[in-house]
Every structure is written in C-alpha cells, then in structure tokens.
Design a binder for this molecule. Structure first.
Ligand code: NAP
Length: 317
C-alpha cells in the first residue's frame, strides 16, 4: 500500500481563534481527532454527538490533552430529522456565525433498518441527515464566510465489495430491491460527493466552499457491523495494517487539509482522497484533489436530481 498523505505541518500552526466549527460524530474515530486538532489550534468546536454522554466523555478526553480547548457538546441524531432541526435551532441561537461544518458522522454496512423517518439507515444518516443539517446551517456559514463545508465520504463511493456507487432514484430506500448493506453504503457515500458538488454550484460567489473527502481506511469503530471492533484492534491489527489500514491521526489528515488549506477555497466541489481502494490503480495512492474513477461522481444531472429528491424527503421542497 502507498504511504498515507500527510498535511504540511504549517497547517497546524494556523491560529483558529475566533473561528467556530461544527463536527458531527465528534465523539469517536476521525471526528474526535478532528475536534482535538481544531481545539488545539484555538477554534471553538461544537462536538455534535448522537449520545450526549459519549460526547461529554470525548470532551473530557480532549480537555485532558488540551486544557485550553473550547469544546461544546450538543446532541444530534442524524437518523431523526426532528433532532437535526432541534440541534440546528439551538446552535443558531448561540452561534449565528459559523466558519466550518464537518459532516463526518456515519454508519457502514448496517443490517437492514430504517431511520426514525423511515429512510434506509445509511442513506438517511450519512446523507439525508447531513443534507438537512447543512441547509439549516447555511445562513450561519454564509455569515462566517470565508467558510468551509467538508463532507466525509469514502473511496467506497466508487465500488464497495463489488457494488458500484450509484443513486437509485427509483428506490433510494431499498423498498423494491433486495437490501445489500455495501450497496447502500456506496450509494450513501456517493450522495456525500454529489451533495458537495451541488452545494459548490449553488454557493458560487458566497465564500462558502463545499468539498468531499475520503479519509483512508482508518482504525475506528466504523467497522462494527462487519467485524467486532476488538478483533480489528487486536488479533487482526497487524494483518490489517499490512493490507493498508491506517491510524486515526493519519485518517484525519484529509479532513483537516480540506478544512484548513488555503488552496481548497479555489476548488469548490472537489474530492480529496487519502490512499484508498479504487477501481483504477492510479487512484489508489489518493490525491488532493483526486478525480474519482466513478463516472456517477461527475454527473451534474444526478447531483441536481439528488438535491431535488433530498429536499423533498427532508421536507424542504
Ligand atoms: N474508518 C474508515 O475506514 C473510513 C473510511 C472511509 C470513510 N469513513 C467515513 O468517516 C466518517 C467517520 O467515521 P469513523 O471511521 O470515525 O467511524 P466511527 O468511529 O464509528 O465514528 C462515527 C461517528 O458517527 C456517529 N454516528 C453514527 N450514527 C449517527 C447518527 N444517527 N447521528 C449522529 N451521529 C451518528 C457515531 O456516533 P456513536 O459513537 O454514537 O455511534 C460516531 O461518533 C464516516 O462518515 C465514515 O463513513 C471512514
């Protein structure tokens, strides 16, 4: 496996004081490392967590390492649109000006299940919840411009266990076709890429830059529906490293690059990738930015259709 891409260290000496940045799924894995690094650089970070107690535990962990960290925990369940609305209302009342939104939370290869509002779990959580959240926070992100939106997608938006990432506009929620967890993940992660693409078009000239990223194959809790996490972290760890798995700090580099690097402002809608598993050999070493090998990721009509569909499904149409 190629070596992971790492940020220029100068990015981490940028002073972020006075900036307010929201990170979803901030209590675990890539989200938690993102929160800690931003806090270390002086940002006020809103750590959005599905389970507030876990959010508080994560906050305490960050404070142990970064005593001056400014981290606020707020409850956000992306699988419940009411929770997204409540989170956004509380947040905007307190922070009407935002400088960054990291749409990081996610689930992978879940058993067949639905969100509170009846959407397929991965499409609903990974895409629709973040879609509504982004829409509700846009006025604050515009007020804070120049600002960034980073959608944490995956290389599996290209191909996941043989399933090409594709939005099935006739059946996004797997109501007419047999459910396949990897196919649903690929669809939801392609949706993250297309979402950034359509945001980029809509936000032209606003000073808000939206992009998407693949963080790498990272040792986190994401694997939990496919393999016990303890097994990943113990007996299988050396084998998985050999196969290309990386540590959370390495897996957070692409998010931090997309959020902080000045040159990203000139690349709205772009996809930035850590090393990954792609159908094309050349893409496997990643790239900041990377041209996705999935033709659907470049389909502006699909991006527009997804925008319209998502707007309808979350009740914004
Ligand atoms: N790890 C990888 O190899 C990899 C590769 C490609 C892409 N990614 C992407 O990276 C992102 C971060 O994942 P990770 O690897 O850091 O995994 P992780 O450690 O499992 O973290 C996922 C986070 O998402 C949260 N989450 C799950 N369902 C939620 C919901 N309904 N509402 C709000 N938050 C919810 C989790 O909260 P709980 O702790 O409460 O469950 C957790 O904080 C995901 O979008 C994932 O698709 C990861």
């Amino acid at each position: 496996m190629p070596k992971p891409l790492m940020c220029d260290p100068s990015l981490f000496s940028q002073d972020l004081s006075g900036r307010t940045i929201v990170v979803t799924g901030g209590n675990s894995g890539i989200g938690l490392v993102t929160v800690e690094q931003l806090a270390k650089q002086g940002a006020l970070v809103v750590l959005a967590a599905r389970r507030p107690a876990e959010g508080e535990r994560a906050r305490a962990e960050v404070l142990q390492r970064v005593p001056a960290a400014k981290v606020e925990v707020a409850e956000l369940d992306l699988a419940k649109l009411d929770s997204v609305r409540q989170f956004a209302a509380n947040l905007l009342a307190k922070h009407p000006v935002l400088h960054g939104l990291v749409n990081n939370a996610g689930v992978m290869n879940t058993p067949k299940s639905k969100t509170h509002d009846g959407f397929e779990m991965q499409f609903g959580t990974n895409h629709l919840g973040h879609f509504l959240l982004t829409e509700l926070l846009l006025p604050a992100l515009k007020a804070g411009a120049p600002s960034r939106i980073v959608n944490v997608s995956s290389c599996l938006h290209d191909m996941a266990q043989g399933f090409e990432g594709r939005i099935d506009f006739d059946d996004p929620n797997f109501e007419k076709r047999p459910y396949e967890g990897w196919q649903a993940y690929a669809q939801s992660k392609l949706a993250n890429v297309l979402h950034a693409k359509s945001l980029a078009r809509r936000l032209e000239g606003s000073g808000v830059t939206a992009v998407s990223v693949h963080p790498g194959w990272v040792r986190t809790n994401l694997i939990r529906h496919s393999l016990p996490v303890w097994m990943q972290n113990t007996i299988l760890r050396p084998v998985l490293y050999f196969a290309g798995m990386i540590e959370p700090w390495e897996g957070t580099q692409t998010t931090l690059y997309a959020l902080l690097a000045p040159e990203v402002a000139a690349q709205p809608g772009a996809f930035f990738s850590q090393t990954g598993v792609y159908r094309e050999k050349a893409a496997k070493k990643g790239g900041w930015p990377l041209h996705s090998p999935n033709p659907h990721a470049h389909d502006q009509t699909a991006a527009d259709r997804l925008d319209t569909l998502s707007r309808t499904l979350v009740g914004l149409a």
